[in-house]
Design a protein around this ligand. Structure first.
Ligand code: HAM
Length: 426
């Protein structure tokens, strides 16, 4: 047999990596609780139609699509938003609004594997459905800010834009929706010249080109210049006011805004309003991104329902934590090895292990039948904190030997006091 490897772009996460990822997931869940988002678990496999309908060409062309044995065309989810929109038109249709959901898990995109870009990766996705107010968009940015802080990241900052400004200009200049989508996809890749080539009207072209010159160091200055620039385009102007309101809320809460970019666009096609991404200076790829999508639920056959949301790239957050040397604050749990000194006391060693586990102590029982010195060596190598040596003589007194492997000290301890001796908090 050949020796098997993971499929290209797929990774095994070994214990330490899995621990950090789980830590980030736990922070994502804590953040959701603090903001009233309730977790839902949706399938990894969804109808191709659902996932592809409004995702945009960029994601559509990178989906893992296949026929199942029933000849249905299905795909691995490349994101969660489509699944949540499906729920909003079905099982959660009659839930009181706003509906706030969290989804955490793996998503799949046939991206070219490189640093921070995988074909299977993990997201925490928050959606708030049923509100068009800027407060909802601000909440999505603020909870992202909270998650960044909760995992210990520093110096992160948000890049913000508004799809309504660009669409407002293009619609008023009679650019059809298909061409608008193509323009936005090219803008997402920063291929502005190619994007502009799709625009026929000279007036429209100069307004779009002008957007490139508005960026400044101060978010509100950019918004002011943008406001002037789109005078005469009522929908674009309304979008600028919306953006201003969102920025006002988030900056009042010390949320770090790096830039407002009038030409900022994102790969997904469903966005209609504010969009954003979050970065740290050490990495030029986004740790998370999101925005408003007011027409997706309607496109899936639901009532017209405004919505906004974000997904965080958990693998990239882990990477960012490594770069900033932010070690997760794992619980200070002691690890204990219970080692029977003889075959005859194996049963007793298991009983003591179970008793410690009931008290919340993490116990690894010696099950290999190794001699005492080998078992202790092994515990040392695996950085176990304490060894509990179960010997016949001590057992007769209701005791065991507790050995502190780091300090290389040991004492005879009564079994009933054992958990407290290992950690006084137990
Ligand atoms: P997205 O920007 O496509 O948005 O993905 C969100 C985050 O997932 C990115 O910022 C990045 O951190 C991470 N990510 C994307 N591709 C990869 C990859 N190949 N490898 C590792 N990480 C990756 C969405 O998915 C939208 N559903 C967000 C949203 C929710 N918009 C509204 N609601």
């Amino acid at each position: 047999m050949p020796s098997f490897q993971t499929v290209r772009g797929m990774r095994d996460l070994l214990a330490e990596e899995a621990e950090v990822l789980n830590f980030v997931m736990s922070k994502a869940r804590e953040t959701a609780k603090l903001y009233g988002y309730r977790e839902v678990i949706t399938p990894v496999v969804e109808p191709y139609e659902l996932l592809s309908a409004k995702a945009g060409e960029e994601i559509r062309s990178r989906m893992f699509t296949f026929k199942d044995l029933g000849n249905r065309t299905v795909a691995l989810r490349p994101e969660f938003t489509a699944s949540i929109a499906r729920l909003a038109t079905g099982a959660l249709k009659n839930e009181p609004k706003p509906l706030r959901t969290l989804a955490v898990g793996s998503v799949y995109r046939y991206d070219e594997p490189q640093r921070g870009r995988y074909r299977e990766f993990y997201q925490s996705d928050y959606e708030i459905v049923g509100v068009s107010n800027p407060e909802a968009d601000a909440e999505i940015i603020l909870l992202t800010d909270r998650l960044m802080r909760a995992v210990g990241l520093r110096n992160y900052a948000f890049k913000v834009g508004h799809i309504g400004v660009i669409r407002g200009i293009l619609s008023q200049e009679n650019v059809d929706e298909k061409t608008q989508n193509a323009i936005l996809q090219l803008m997402d890749k920063r291929e502005f010249e190619k994007a502009f080539q799709l625009v026929k009207s000279v007036a429209c072209l100069s307004t779009l080109r002008g957007l490139l010159t508005l960026k400044s160091d101060n978010a509100f200055d950019t918004v002011g210049r943008l406001r002037k620039h789109v005078e005469g385009y009522p929908n674009a102007s309304a979008s600028v006011e919306d953006l201003q309101k969102i920025l006002k809320i988030v900056t009042e809460h010390q949320c770090p805004i790096a830039t407002v970019e009038p030409t900022f666009s994102r790969g997904l096609e469903y966005y209609t309003g504010m969009i954003f991404e979050v970065y740290i200076p050490e990495l030029d790829i986004a740790l998370g991104g999101g925005g408003r999508y007011d027409r997706l639920i309607e496109a899936f056959g639901g009532e017209p329902t405004p919505a906004t949301g974000v997904a965080h790239g958990l693998d990239r957050i882990v990477m960012a934590m490594r770069m900033q040397k932010t070690t997760p604050t794992t619980q200070n749990k002691k690890r204990v090895a219970v080692i029977p000194a003889k075959e005859e006391v194996k049963g007793e060693a298991l009983r003591i292990s179970q008793m410690l586990r009931e008290a919340g102590v993490s116990v690894e029982l010696e099950v290999m039948g190794r001699k005492m010195n080998k078992a202790l060596e092994d515990a040392d190598r695996r950085r176990i904190d304490f060894a509990v040596i179960v010997g016949e003589r001590e057992l007769e007194q209701g005791s065991v030997v507790l050995r502190d492997l780091a300090k290389r000290e040991q004492a005879v301890v009564t079994i009933s006091n054992l958990a407290k001796r290992i950690n006084p908090e137990y």
